[in-house]
Design a protein around this ligand. Sequence first.
Ligand SMILES: CCCSc1c(F)c(F)c(S(=O)(=O)NC)c(F)c1F
Ligand SMILES: [Zn+2]
Length: 263
Amino acid sequence: TACSSKYVLSQMHPMWQGPLAVPGGDRQSPIDIVVRKSIFDSELKPLVTKYDPQTCQQIWNNGYSFLVEYDDTTDKSTLQGGPLQDKFRLCQFHFHWGETNSWGSEHTLDKRLFPAELHLVHWNSDKYSLFEEAVMEDNGLAVIGVFLKVGKRHEGLQKLVDALPAIRHKGSVVEFTRFDPGCLLPSNTEDYWTYHGSLTTPPLTESVTWIIMKQHIEVSHDQLAVFRSLLFTSAEEDVQKSMVNNFRVQQPLRGRAVRSSFT
Ligand SMILES: CCCSc1c(F)c(F)c(S(=O)(=O)NC)c(F)c1F
Ligand SMILES: [Zn+2]
């Protein structure tokens, strides 16, 4: 699918976290969400997701995370509602996680870190015809962020966890079909925070309407341990590096408002 083929992140190394010069740079992500400073907006609607598992195509290791990619050539898997005026097409989802359960998320709630964070990446198919275009525009992308906590095993996640050993190395791809990303959303999709930000990986473009779910999902310790068995490095490299801590450092709010859909 377009959403990541042209944007191989393999050049990126986790150590790039520094303040890469970004044009403008006043709406960078991730951020700390100061809950008591978020502003309730009664105009914010519940999210409307319509995901067709048949559009699931493959899972691959891009050298920074693993991406589950969807066919985004039609409007079969979409996100609308919430803070959005347009319809957005799902192109992929991926995660960020730590080397221990004490940290790993990109966003935080009142500085609270979670062990991992799920990102479902969508692009504005009402305004643009390709992900590559949308990723450069200020209302081009919508990313749903879901916090993960360690607890009971997530049955829906297990199919994905079972596929990970086949993509241990950077650049590995395997077919992955009939996976419903809706099973990874919390039961409550009405309560979220939203703000305007950016990708948290190069090209770091300021094109993202972020939608951070208030309710987390639970995965087991063992499921998260399989995430950490992935490698940043390709099979050819002689030093293998565990894929952990693939999150960006938090960025300044620069006066942005974070709105909440709930009081
Ligand atoms: C331009 C890369 C194409 S796909 C992709 C990705 F691989 C990724 F990691 C993130 S993220 O910034 O890390 N999380 C929101 C994205 F937003 C993406 F769109
Ligand atoms: Zn991400």
